[in-house]
Design a protein around this ligand. Structure first.
Ligand SMILES: Cc1cc2nc3c(=O)[nH]c(=O)nc-3n(C[C@H](O)[C@H](O)[C@H](O)COP(=O)(O)OP(=O)(O)OC[C@H]3O[C@@H](n4cnc5c(N)ncnc54)[C@H](O)[C@@H]3O)c2cc1C
Length: 221
């Protein structure tokens, strides 16, 4: 029995694995497949390990697969993964999932590394009529903010719960959403991040008359 084949994992080579903010890394590895923005891959360091899921943070045309991840100090994968060096081998699956970005009007709502699928959608050219709400604990939590800032302007809202700065909303993104009086119901709302954020946000959106079918969610558990 081909164990690796059965688990759908293949060997890939690490191209880079850089710390881009305290405890947050951007892993790049070679690419041999196409994907739809919003899809995920499973990653493991050894073929016998239980893989973990990660959103692809690359654009469809990018040369490499990029993964944005934060280190969970007691986690099984992310502490050793953060030590991976260029040239090392990792094991990864092909793309899966159906949290697909679309060309139509959309509000993207992310907490922490939950920004990853929206980086993929944005870099893949899904830019028209988009609003991005990103929640983070610190000012350094708005990964890749420069890629969004100029083009999105006021349609890019950063909500920082633990630090203050001009132009950044102070508080959780759920608090910002609660303060909005007229959230348009006729667009898609994409939610990505922790279970707590996704559940709380979904409840707020429904309370604010966003039709359930316009709410799509990806939970990082
Ligand atoms: C569809 C999907 C997409 C995802 N995409 C991303 C992504 O793009 N980026 C990203 O960063 N994450 C993503 N995740 C989460 C990711 O899959 C992992 O769950 C995460 O990286 C933690 O993996 P780990 O092996 O380091 O931690 P795990 O070993 O799985 O541990 C999970 C949590 O339990 C805690 N824990 C474990 N053991 C103990 C213990 N003995 N005592 C106390 N606490 C403990 C850890 O600190 C950690 O917080 C995604 C998840 C899903 C389901």
């Amino acid at each position: 029995m081909n164990f690796l084949k059965d688990r759908g994992l293949k060997k890939y080579t690490v191209i880079a694995n850089d710390q881009i903010a305290p405890g947050v890394y951007l892993l790049k590895y070679n690419r041999d497949f196409s994907f739809v923005p919003g899809q995920v891959v499973a990653i493991a360091l050894h073929s016998s390990d239980n893989p973990r899921m990660y959103s692809i943070a690359s654009g469809m045309q990018d040369e490499h697969i990029r993964i944005l991840y934060d280190v969970r100090p007691k986690g099984e994968l992310t502490p050793p993964l953060s030590q991976a060096k260029p040239g090392d081998t990792i094991f990864a699956s092909g793309p899966s999932g159906n949290f697909f970005g679309t060309a139509g009007p959309s509000t993207w709502i992310a907490s922490g590394t939950g920004i990853a699928p929206f980086i993929s959608m944005w870099r893949s050219g899904l830019r028209k009529d988009k609003i991005l709400i990103h929640g983070g604990r610190f000012l350094h939590s708005f990964y890749f903010e420069n890629e969004f800032k100029n083009e999105l302007g006021d349609n890019f809202v950063r909500c920082c719960s633990q630090e203050k700065a001009e132009g950044i909303y102070h508080g959780r993104l759920t608090k910002w959403l609660l303060e909005q009086e007229n959230l348009p119901p006729d667009r898609k709302y994409y939610l990505c991040g922790s279970a707590e954020m996704v559940v709380d946000t979904r409840d707020i959106l429904i309370e604010k008359n966003i039709p359930y079918e316009n709410i799509l969610a990806e939970i990082y558990f």
